[in-house]
Design a protein around this ligand. Sequence first.
Ligand code: EPZ
Length: 419
Amino acid sequence: MDSLKIYGGTALTGEIAISGAKNAALPLLACGLMVGTETLRLGNVPDLADTRLMLALLGHLGVEAKKDGDDLLLSGAATSLVAPYDLVSQMRASILVMGPLLARYGEARVSLPGGCAIGTRPVDLHIRAMQKMGAIVELADGYVQARAPKGLTGAKILFPIVSVGATENAMMAACLARGQTQLVNAAREPEIIDLADCLNIMGAKISGAGSDVITIEGVDSLHSGHHSVVPDRVEAGSYAIAAAMTGGHLRLTQMRPHHLESLFEAMRQAGVSVDIGENTAEIRADGRYQAVDIETQPHPGFPTDLQAQFMAMMCLAEGRSKISETIFENRFMHVPELMRMGADITTDGRVAMVTGKPSLLSAQVMATDLRASVCLVLAGLATKGETTVSRIYHLDRGYADLEAKLGACGARLERVSGA
Ligand code: EPZ
C-alpha cells in the first residue's frame, strides 16, 4: 500500500484547476445504462479509482465506455442485470445502477454494498423508493433482487431523511416510470442538479432539482446526450482549506464558488480572505485565524465531506471550535490521527471540541477513509518536518492529480510505493 511523504511548512501559492465532481460523475456514469445502443457523451469526468470502478461495473453489465478526446462515450444494451459483490463491495456507490437497470430492463440484482469506515450506510431508502414505484424487492444472499416485470409506476415518495444516493436512484428510475413521480424531502446537492440536467438532456422530464421537491414525468425512453460533469466542490473546498492552513494564497479555477457558500462563510468568520469570481475563488491567509463552530447538514448546509478538512484547519486556529457531525455516525476516524500530530481534540459522540494550537507535529499517520486521508495531507502541509500518510489508496478514490496540483503550488510531496 502506497504512502505519501509530505515535507510541510511551506505557504502554498499559485493556481489549481478543479476537476469534475466524483459524486456527480458516479450517478452520471450509471445513466449510461439507460441509453441502450444510443450514446451518452460525458465531458470533465475525473480519472479516479472510483470512476474506474464504476466503469468496470458498467462494462460487466454490458455498457461499453470509449474515450473520444477528453470525453467518455457510453453505449450498449445491458447483457447482465447483476452487479456482483466483488465489484460492489469495493465502492458502495455501485448501488446507483439499481434504479437505471430496474427502469430500463425491469430487473436488477445488486449486491448489498456493506458499510464502510464512516458508518453502516444502509440502502433501505433506495429499496423503499423502488417499492413505492411498484417494484418487488427481496433481500437474499447479500443481494437486493428487484423486479418490475410490468415496468415502474410513478408515485409520491417521501424520504424520512435526506439521502443523496436514494434521491439519485429514485430520480433515475422515475424517468422511465409510467406517470408522475414526486420526490419529497429530496436531497438538494449540486450533484443532484447536475444529474437532473443530464437526464433532461437525454429526454427526461424532471423539474425542481435543487429544491426539496423534485417532480419527474415518466417518458418511454431516453436518448443520446452530451453533458459535462459539474466541478468538484469538495476538491475545491479541500484546497481552499489548504491555502488557509499554510498561510498561502491560492486561486482555484474551473469551479463553482456558489456551491461552497457555507464553507466560505465559515472561513471568512475565521478571518481568512475569500474572493470569488464567476468560476474562481481566491483564498488568502497570512497567519493564524479564529476558531469557528460548524455543524454538518445536507446542502446548502456545511458539507459532511468537508468536516474532516475543516477540523484540520481548526487544529491551528486561535480558540476552541465545536464541530458537530450530524450526517454519519462514525465520521471522526481522523481524530486519533490528528492527535498523533499533537492536535488537542476531545470527542463526545458526534461532537468534537478542537482547541487550536500554533503548530502541529510531523508524524506518521494512517488514512482511514477518503476525506480523512486528505485532512491528514492538509495537516502535513501545514506542519514543518516530514509527515507520512499511509494507505493513500483512500486518497486516490477522490482526488485527481493531487500531487501535481499541490506540487505546482509549492508543496513537497513524495509518493512511496509500499508492500
Ligand atoms: C453521498 O453518499 C456521497 N457519495 C457521500 O460522499 C456524502 O458524504 C453523502 O452523500 C452525504 O452528502 C456519493 O455521492 C457517491 P446519503 P450517500 O444517502 O448517498 C443515511 C465522499 O466522501 N441513509 O445522503 O451514500 C446514511 O447512513 C462520500 O465523497 C440511510 O439511512 O449518502 C447517512 O447517515 C462519503 N438509508 C444519511 O442517510 C439509506 O437508504 C445520508 O446518506 C441511505 C442513506
